[in-house]
Design a protein around this ligand. Structure first.
Ligand code: 0X9
Ligand code: ZN
Length: 779
C-alpha cells in the first residue's frame, strides 16, 4: 500500500503502466487521453472479482494504481464512467474531486516558484554587465515575443541596448501595426532604481504573458513595448567604481576639464532655456548644443525611426512624482485636459499596488523648470504622450534607495506601464475637458464637450455623434445628434433637456478611417453615461441691497476698526469701490469708508464676524430628492498691504445647527484684489437651521485686511414628488390608490412602473409603499 501511494503521487500514470499485470488495463493506460481533465474525478472502488475487473476495464481508461487486481482500485473517471461503475453495483469513493483543479494548482505552484526565482534578480542592484546578460536571457527565453536592439553607442563606445516585445502576429493585427510604448531608464547614472524598474517592466511583462495573465496578453496583443534600461551606460558603469556612486551625467570630457553633460538637458526642444546650465561642471550642464551627446542622439534617432511610438516614460528618481509636459514653460500644453486625465490614471495605477500615491502634474510647476528634457522633445517634436516618473522615495534615502524597495517600487510602476499600454492600445482616445455632468436643470439643454483623438486608428471627424435616450417615457431607441467641432480635436454638443423624474442616458460614437465604430463608454450601449434632471429651487438669496437679518459680531470678536457693515463701498488700494449686484449699490464690507489712508478703516485688533440669518435648507414638500445643493457668493479679500502682509486669512463657514458648530467652506488667503464669485457644491444634507458666516480677522500685527461679501445664494436641484398619476393636477386618493396598485402588484416595465418610484431612488420598493401609506393617511 505504501509503495502504491508513492507511485501514485510521483508518476500519475504512464510509467505505472509498465508494472501493470493485466494486459487490458495496461493498454488502456497507454492510450489514456491527454488533458485537460475538466469534470473528472479520481475515485476508489473495491473490485470484488476478476470478472468485475474485466468489466471495470471496459469502462475506465485511466487507472492510478501500479498494481492492479481484485481489491481496492483508484481510477480516474468522467461523470459518465462514474455512473457506469455505479451501474456495476460498485460504490465509488471520491479521492480527487477535480483532477484538472489539482493539476492547475500544481502548475500555479510551479509558476509561482519560478517567478520567485526570477524575481530574486530584483533583490539587489545589478551592474551594466548583469543587465545586459539579463536582456539577452529574456530575449532567448522568449524567442517568439522578444528581441534585443542596439540603439547606438555611448561616448565611450558602450552599446545602448533595449528589448522590444509584443505578442506574435494575429490575423488582421500584425505586430508591425501596433502602437509602441517606450520605456527608458538611466539617463541619470546614480538613480539606480530606475534602471531596475525598467528591467522589471520587461521581465514581468514577458513572465506574466507566459503565465497566461489575461490582461498582459491583451496589452501585448495590442501594443509593442520597448524598454531601454540604461540610456547612459558610461555614467552607470562609472557609478559602480569606487567613490563615484553619485555621478549623474554622462562621461563627456568637457573642454574646460570637467566631465559630463546632463543628458536630460540635452534634448532639442526649447533647448537651452530655464533650469539648464551653460556651465560645464554644473550638474545640469546642457552641453554645447542640443543633441550634442551620442546617448541622447541614439534615443532620438530610434524614436524617429519608430513612428509607431505613442507613449513614453522616462524613469528617474527620486520624489515620487508623475511629471507631464511642459518642463520648459509654465504654460500648459494644448493637450493639458488629456494629460490631466492621464496623470491621474498613472497616479491611480501606482496607488493601486501598494497604496502609495505619487503627486502628478506639469513638470515645470510640479517639480521645477527645466528645459531640454526628454518628455518635452517627445511631446513637442513628436506628439508622443510622455512623462518623467520620479520613483521612490521622497528623500529619506534618495538615490541610495535600499534594495528591498526595488520590487515594491518597480511593481507599482509596472502597473502604470500596463495602464499606459492599455490606453495607448485604444483605437480612439476620449477625454473630457470638463467633468461629465451627472445632473442637469430640467428644461435646459446641457452643453457637453469631448475631445476625440486618433489612437491606434485615425478618426473620421465628421462621423462623431452623441446618442441619447430619455428614460422613462422615451421610445427606448437612442436618438442621434452630430457633434460640432469646437477646436482641433474638441467637439461640443447640447444634450437635449429632460424634465424632472427623467434620466437621459447617453454615449459618444465615432468611426475610424479603418472602418471601426468606437464608443465612449467603450461597451455602450451596455454601459451609458447618464444625467438626472431636476428643478432649481432657491432656499436663500440676498443681494445685500436691503437688510435681511445678518448678524454682525460673534463671541470672541475683538476687531476695533473695520467692523462688517452693509454699505456702499468706497475704493482704496485695498478695498473695492464697487459691488456685484447688477443695478445695485450695497454689499457687506469691512469699513466702507476710504479714510485718509489705505489702513484707516481696515480690520484691526482681531476678528469681525458676519453671520447670515437662519436658512431653511430643507426642500418643501413630502418626498423631494435633492440632487445637489449649491452655495454661491461673491467675495473680495486683500491682505497684501502693510508692514507684515499675507499673515491673515478669512474663513467662510457653514453651520447646520444654528451656529453651534461650524465647518469651513473655504479659508480665503488669495489676494485676488477683485471680486471673486465662488460656486460651491455642498456635500451632505443641510437642515432648517443652516447659517453661513464670514470671519475677517487681523490676527498678526501690521497687515492690512479688507474684505467684502455680496450676492449670497443657496439653491438646490430637486425633483419634487410626482404622485399625480392621473394628471388631474391634484395629488389625491385616486393617485394613492393607483400608486398602491403599482407597488403591490402590477409592477410592469414602463411609465406606470417608474411612476411608483416616489422618492426617486430609481427603485420601486418598500419605501415607496410606505410613502403611499403616508399619503393615504395624510390625505
Ligand atoms: O532634473 C531632472 O532631470 C529630473 N529630476 S532628477 O532628480 N531625476 O534629476 C526632473 C525632470 C523633470 N522635468 C522638468 N522639470 N522639466
Ligand atoms: Zn533623474
Amino acid at each position: 500500500m505504501r509503495s502504491s501511494l508513492l507511485c501514485r503521487s510521483v508518476v500519475l500514470m504512464g510509467a505505472c503502466a509498465m508494472m501493470v499485470g493485466a494486459a487490458g488495463l495496461a493498454r488502456a493506460q497507454e492510450s489514456a487521453p491527454p488533458g485537460p481533465y475538466h469534470g473528472q474525478k479520481v475515485v476508489r472502488i473495491n473490485v470484488r472479482s476478476a470478472a468485475e475487473l474485466m468489466r471495470v476495464n471496459q469502462i475506465v481508461t485511466n487507472v492510478w494504481d501500479c498494481r492492479i487486481g481484485v481489491g481496492p482500485l483508484h481510477v480516474q473517471v468522467t461523470p459518465e464512467q462514474e455512473a457506469a461503475l455505479v451501474g456495476l453495483g460498485l460504490e465509488p469513493e471520491v479521492m480527487v474531486p477535480d483532477v484538472q483543479a489539482l493539476l492547475d494548482a500544481e502548475r500555479a505552484q510551479i509558476d509561482q516558484t519560478n517567478m520567485q526565482r526570477d524575481i530574486a534578480w530584483f533583490a539587489t542592484y545589478r551592474t551594466l554587465t548583469e543587465i545586459n546578460t539579463r536582456l539577452d536571457q529574456l530575449a532567448a527565453a522568449n524567442p517568439t515575443l522578444a528581441s534585443t536592439v542596439v540603439l547606438g553607442n555611448s561616448l565611450e563606445g558602450r552599446p545602448i541596448r533595449g528589448i522590444r516585445f509584443s505578442a506574435p502576429d494575429l490575423p488582421g493585427n500584425p505586430r508591425s501595426g501596433r502602437p509602441i510604448v517606450l520605456i527608458n531608464g538611466g539617463q541619470h547614472a546614480r538613480e539606480w532604481v530606475n534602471h531596475m524598474t525598467s528591467m522589471f517592466v520587461a521581465d514581468q511583462m514577458l513572465e506574466r504573458y507566459a503565465a497566461g495573465d489575461a490582461r498582459i496578453r491583451v496589452a501585448m496583443e495590442r501594443c509593442e513595448v520597448i524598454v531601454v534600461p540604461v540610456v547612459n551606460p558610461d555614467g552607470y558603469e562609472f557609478t559602480w567604481t569606487p567613490n563615484n556612486r553619485l555621478w549623474r551625467k554622462n562621461r563627456r570630457p568637457n573642454p574646460g576639464g570637467s566631465f559630463g553633460v546632463d543628458l536630460n538637458r540635452n534634448w532639442g526642444y526649447e533647448w537651452g532655456g530655464q533650469g539648464s546650465s551653460g556651465t560645464q561642471n554644473n550638474e545640469t550642464y546642457r552641453g554645447p548644443t542640443a543633441f550634442s551627446e551620442p546617448e541622447s542622439q541614439a534615443l532620438r534617432d530610434f524614436v524617429i525611426a519608430n513612428p509607431r511610438i505613442a507613449a513614453h516614460i522616462d524613469f528617474h528618481s527620486f520624489s515620487q512624482l508623475i511629471l507631464s509636459p511642459w518642463g520648459y514653460t509654465s504654460q500648459l500644453p494644448p493637450d493639458r485636459p488629456l494629460f490631466a486625465q492621464l496623470d491621474d490614471m498613472l497616479a491611480d495605477a501606482i496607488e493601486s499596488v501598494n497604496g502609495l500615491r505619487y503627486t502628478s502634474g506639469p513638470a515645470y510647476t510640479t517639480i521645477y523648470p527645466a528645459a531640454g528634457v526628454a518628455p518635452d522633445w517627445m511631446y513637442g517634436a513628436r506628439g508622443i504622450f510622455s512623462w518623467t516618473i520620479e520613483l521612490r522615495d521622497t528623500g529619506t534615502n534618495g538615490f541610495v534607495l535600499p534594495a528591498d524597495q526595488i520590487i515594491p517600487t518597480a511593481s507599482e510602476n509596472f502597473e502604470a506601464v500596463i495602464r499606459l499600454a492599455e490606453y495607448a492600445a485604444n483605437p480612439v482616445r476620449w477625454s473630457f475637458p470638463a467633468p461629465i455632468p451627472t445632473i442637469g436643470r430640467a428644461g435646459q439643454a446641457l452643453p457637453l464637450t469631448v475631445t476625440i483623438q486618433s489612437g491606434s486608428q485615425a478618426v473620421s471627424p465628421a462621423t462623431a455623434i452623441l446618442k441619447y435616450r430619455v428614460q422613462p417615457y422615451g421610445s427606448g431607441d437612442f436618438a442621434t445628434v452630430p457633434l460640432a467641432p469646437v477646436s482641433g480635436t474638441t467637439y461640443g454638443v447640447q444634450l437635449p433637456a429632460g424634465v424632472c423624474h427623467q434620466t437621459t442616458d447617453f454615449y459618444f460614437e465615432v468611426q475610424t478611417q479603418a472602418g471601426s465604430t468606437v464608443r465612449f463608454p467603450a461597451d455602450a450601449p451596455a454601459s451609458v453615461l447618464s444625467v438626472r434632471w431636476g428643478e432649481v429651487q432657491t432656499r436663500f438669496a440676498d443681494t445685500m441691497e436691503t437688510e435681511r437679518g445678518w448678524t454682525i459680531g460673534a463671541p470672541g470678536d475683538a476687531a476695533t476698526v473695520g467692523i462688517w457693515e452693509r454699505a456702499v463701498p468706497q475704493a482704496t488700494a485695498a478695498q473695492p469701490g464697487n459691488q456685484v449686484t447688477p443695478g445695485g449699490q450695497f454689499c457687506f464690507i469691512t469699513g466702507a469708508q476710504a479714510g485718509t489712508g489705505v489702513g484707516s478703516f481696515d480690520v484691526d485688533g482681531g476678528a469681525t464676524t458676519l453671520t447670515s440669518p437662519r436658512i431653511d435648507a430643507v426642500p418643501p414638500g413630502r418626498f423631494p430628492s435633492v440632487f445637489q445643493t449649491t452655495l454661491v457668493y461673491s467675495r473680495w479679500y486683500s491682505n497684501n498691504g502693510g508692514a507684515n502682509p499675507n499673515s491673515d486669512s478669512m474663513p467662510v463657514q457653514i453651520s447646520t445647527n444654528d451656529g453651534a458648530t461650524w465647518s469651513d467652506v473655504e479659508v480665503v488667503s488669495e489676494n485676488a484684489g477683485a471680486w471673486v464669485r465662488r460656486e460651491v457644491a455642498m456635500s451632505g444634507e443641510l437642515s432648517n437651521q443652516t447659517r453661513l458666516r464670514f470671519i475677517a480677522r487681523d490676527l498678526g500685527a501690521g497687515s492690512i485686511v479688507e474684505a467684502a461679501v455680496d450676492d449670497v445664494s443657496l439653491t438646490q436641484l430637486v425633483c419634487p414628488p410626482d404622485i399625480d398619476i392621473n394628471r388631474d393636477e391634484n395629488e389625491d386618493l385616486l393617485d394613492a390608490q393607483n400608486l398602491a396598485q403599482v407597488v403591490v402588484g402590477l409592477i410592469q416595465p414602463g411609465p406606470d412602473w417608474l411612476e411608483g418610484d416616489i422618492d426617486g431612488n430609481e427603485n420601486v420598493d418598500l419605501q415607496d409603499a410606505q410613502w403611499i401609506a403616508i399619503i393615504v393617511l395624510g390625505l
